[in-house]
Design a protein around this ligand. Structure first.
Ligand code: GBH
Length: 484
């Protein structure tokens, strides 16, 4: 019923951002080189049993050395921007204090080479690789981290800001909070959901606000960049049109996206439904106060309006229905009283268990953001598909990009202020706890070859044709009778 395979012809707005993305730990390698100290991911990959294929990001794509090759790939695709992230422990080895000139030089070289190629950087400050020395002091559980993060952001703005128009403070704080401190499926591997995940989210939000306000005060006038945050939200479709299902789907979206978006684009605080449910369940469990932390009035003021754009990472969708869990349970996943699942019969799958192809979902998601948060500027900061083999003739990935990007166009025609689109990923890379088993690249990387050669897949060419026309015209739609 959701499959809409009609393609709308048309153009994206003038000046639309077309980008491809990577993240430091997933591509750089050189984990112990030139003064870089371990991050929580270097520790996590060395903990037996954590990574599906037993691999590490020690080398990954070796982009620390091969970044000029990466830039050539970006140039060939014709993107306007490259989204990458900075490794905190490369530029400040002790997490706080003295900076590392060699680490800083790497990013200066990367930014200069991008500039020479006519590509603008879109820079993420934090894509999950916290310096291990800071985790040793509690990491995202320690409220002091807001001042540590602020100092790190200050260094990055000062050193690189002259050439950066778009800054992203955090990539997917939901993942760092819930998967890092709740389920433990990502570093630092802590499994205290219902408490530590809420605290990790709280301190990321406080840190985000500090960085945003610092930029506003100290750099905005001279550097003239924009600062945002990237959230991951799966679209939640009600199972049926009962009030219970419709409310459950909305709760699912509020617990995933609203958790971070409401403090920033809403009233400066968590969504009321989270405040109410977690308070009630905390009382039922005999706790003296809610497990959901509370912002001070000053923090709320700092948070409200603290983003120049809404970064959205979008991959897939879920069907939601009400499920009333025992109020005495202590867990983020039961706090929301929602059960979700995917339609395995009708939605094409991928190499990732959680990722099924739902192009209509991105359009609904963008409309939801438009309606809930007063139509902010949105940059899609990630979107893409995994496979296992990395075949160069990646027709399924072309199918995915074709229909998702076309649904972004439809959302723009619905009135959503989407100003950019970013494909994940420029190339196959270290896919976190899945190691090298899931490939998201538009370029194939041969990881067994020490030279880590990159080879374009058909999707890189398909994407470049959409970019070239700034949209969909009959000659780039590709009406093949087979998959695409
Ligand atoms: C992004 O996360 C990351 O930003 C990027 O680094 C990564 O390579 C890319 O996607 C591909 O995975 O079953 O509850 O553990 C994507 C969003 C949200 C996807 C959580 C995996 C697992 C849900 N992620 N999801 S759960």
């Amino acid at each position: 019923e959701f499959i809409d395979d009609t393609i709308t012809y048309g153009s994206f707005p003038p000046g639309f951002i077309w980008a491809a993305a990577t993240a430091s730990y997933q591509v750089e390698g050189a984990w112990n080189v030139d003064g870089r100290t371990p991050s929580i991911w270097d520790t996590y990959v060395r903990t037996p049993g954590m990574i599906a294929d037993g691999s590490t990001g020690d080398d990954a794509c070796l982009s620390y050395y091969l970044y000029e090759q990466d830039i050539q790939l970006l140039k060939n695709m014709g993107v306007s921007h490259y989204r990458f992230s900075i490794s905190w422990s490369r530029v400040i080895p002790n997490g706080v204090g003295e900076s590392n000139p060699l680490g800083i030089q790497y990013y200066k070289n990367l930014i200069a080479a991008l500039k020479a190629a006519g590509i603008k950087p879109m820079v993420t400050l934090y894509h999950w690789d916290l310096p291990q020395v800071l985790e040793d002091q509690g990491g995202w559980q320690n409220p002091d981290i807001a001042t540590w993060f602020e100092a790190y952001a200050d260094l990055c703005f000062e050193q690189f800001g002259a050439d950066v128009e778009y800054w992203i403070t955090f990539n997917e704080p939901w993942c760092q909070a819930y998967l890092g401190y709740g389920t433990g499926s990502k570093a630092p591997g802590i499994t205290e959901s219902g408490t530590k995940d809420y605290i990790a989210a709280h301190n990321q939000l406080r840190s985000h606000a500090k960085a945003y306000r610092l930029y506003e005060l100290k750099y905005k006038q001279t550097q003239n960049g924009k600062v945002g945050i990237t959230l991951n939200i799966s679209w939640a479709e009600p199972e049926d049109n009962s009030t219970a299902s419709i409310d459950a789907a909305e709760r699912s979206l509020q617990f995933a996206g609203g958790w971070f978006a409401n403090p920033i684009w809403g009233n400066g605080d968590y969504p009321q439904v989270m405040i109410d449910l977690i308070a009630r369940k905390s009382t039922a469990a005999g706790l003296p106060q809610s497990r959901l932390p509370v912002f001070t009035e000053t923090e709320k003021t700092e948070l409200r309006g603290s983003a120049d754009f809404f970064g959205l990472n979008f991959y897939s969708s879920e069907i939601a229905k009400e499920e009333l869990f025992d109020d005495t349970l202590v867990n983020y996943s039961t706090d929301k009283d929602v059960a979700t699942y995917q339609d395995k019969e009708n939605w094409y799958g991928s190499a990732s268990s959680w990722l099924r192809i739902t192009p209509w979902g991105i359009r609904r998601m963008l409309n939801w953001i438009k309606n809930r948060y007063n139509n902010p500027d949105v940059i899609i900061t990630e979107n893409g598909l995994s496979d296992r083999n990395g075949y160069l003739d990646d027709s399924m990935r072309i199918y995915y990009y074709k229909y998702y990007i076309n649904n972004v166009l439809k959302a723009i025609q619905d009135g959503a202020n989407v100003i950019g689109y970013t494909a994940w990923s420029l190339m196959d890379n270290f896919e976190w706890e899945r190691g090298y088993l899931e490939r998201f690249g538009m370029h194939y990387v041969n990881f067994t070859d020490p030279a880590k050669p990159r080879v374009p897949k058909s999707s890189a060419n398909y994407y470049s044709r959409i970019i070239q026309k700034n949209g969909f015209v009959p000659e780039n739609v590709c009406d093949s009778p087979t998959v695409y």
